[in-house]
Design a protein around this ligand. Structure first.
Ligand code: UFG
Length: 326
């Protein structure tokens, strides 16, 4: 019998890519999503149950009925400036809902809990590439909510033996090469989809936030990791925990980055379209450089990236953007 994996937020960008891969690898993903930002059409190869993690009774019934062996927890709000303006919205959804999910996971003795954390837990890094041992000092409620869940995971591990892996994503990007699923946030705030939508003429221009950073071309540098590599990492984390690996926290990045200007130029080259842009003030809270130290994940999981290539990242995102299904 295939193993049931509860995937919260499985109708969202990263979750949907993981769900597709889980089902291709013979697992039985069950998506739990309230569809506040996810898309029904993004769920391929899995059952979708519409429900909310804030509903304890619903969660209890779900676990009793389905008995998942593992939980992958993607469901969260992700817009940094919104988290500054409406912190309680973020703490309620990203933190309080996770308390309920952890409670149900512990009561039902799940064998693996895999959490979507973020490079945002590091705040403005003192050292780049950023090692996992770097201090955790988020500078906004979004990052704080991720850091607090990590603290809860460590406590649940100590108190109840909950086996977990926390994955600190750097910049998730790209789309499944099939073109069937991809990034579809509303509102969209991420660099590559905004550039592609400008190339398509869906937006008048692209606003480049800051050209006076202490980087070679003055624009921010990010570690863009293809979403299919992130999906692979989740499968590796799952297998690692099901094989009784130790709980741990890992960076998910390639260990090198590209500047916003480099991404803009590469997007122009691939799309063969003009991308008008205007330089704006720096966006508050953007660190100049966010690049992962990526040795640990390669070593512990024997992870070897399949998409470590900016061209491939933009090409797959472009294929999706040209023919979006949702
Ligand atoms: N950028 C622009 N113009 C835009 C959008 C982005 O110039 O319209 C720049 C940003 O200033 C930044 C870079 O492009 O320098 C990347 O921005 P994204 O919003 O795509 O990604 P972030 O690095 O800000 O965000 C990522 C994750 C978030 C997470 C954050 C933590 O996507 O979920 O890292 O720092 F919260």
């Amino acid at each position: 019998m295939s193993k049931k994996i509860l995937v919260t937020g499985g109708a969202g960008y990263i979750g949907s890519h993981v769900v597709k891969l889980l089902s291709e690898r013979g697992y039985e993903p069950i998506v739990l999503d309230n569809l506040s930002s996810g898309h029904r059409e993004a769920v391929l190869g899995a059952r979708l149950i519409q429900g909310d993690l804030r509903d304890k009774v619903f969660l209890k019934n779900f676990f009793e009925a389905e008995k998942p062996v593992a939980v992958m927890h993607f469901a969260a709000y992700i817009v940094v400036p919104e988290s500054v303006a409406a912190p309680l919205k973020y703490y309620e959804n990203n933190l309080a809902a996770t308390v309920n999910l952890l409670q149900a996971s512990v009561e039902n003795k799940v064998s693996a809990f895999i959490f979507s954390s973020s490079a945002a837990v590091y705040g403005i890094p003192e050292k780049v590439p950023i090692p996992e041992e770097h201090s955790v000092s988020p500078i906004n409620p979004y990052g704080a909510s991720k850091a607090m869940v990590e603290a809860m995971l460590a406590d649940c591990h100590n108190a109840y033996g909950l086996p977990y892996v926390s994955l600190r994503y750097f910049n998730a990007s790209g789309a499944d090469p099939s073109g069937l699923i991809g990034e579809a946030h509303e509102p969209e705030t991420h660099l590559i989809p905004l550039l592609l939508q400008t190339a398509l003429g869906k937006r008048d221009k692209f606003y480049l936030f800051g050209t006076d950073y202490p980087t070679p071309d003055g624009t921010c540098i990010r570690d863009f990791i293809h979403v299919n590599d992130l999906a692979e990492v989740h499968i590796l984390a799952l297998e690692y925990l099901l094989d009784k690996g130790e709980s741990l926290t890992l960076n998910c990045g390639y260990g090198h980055g590209y500047s916003v200007k480099e991404v803009l130029e590469e997007t122009r080259r691939i799309t063969k379209r003009d991308i008008p842009y205007e330089v704006k003030e720096r966006r508050p809270g953007d660190p100049p450089v966010l690049v992962a130290e990526s040795e640990k994940i390669k070593k512990v999981f024997a992870f070897s990236p399949g998409f470590d290539d900016l061209t491939r990242i933009i090409e797959t995102a472009w294929k999706w953007e040209l023919n979006r299904r949702y």
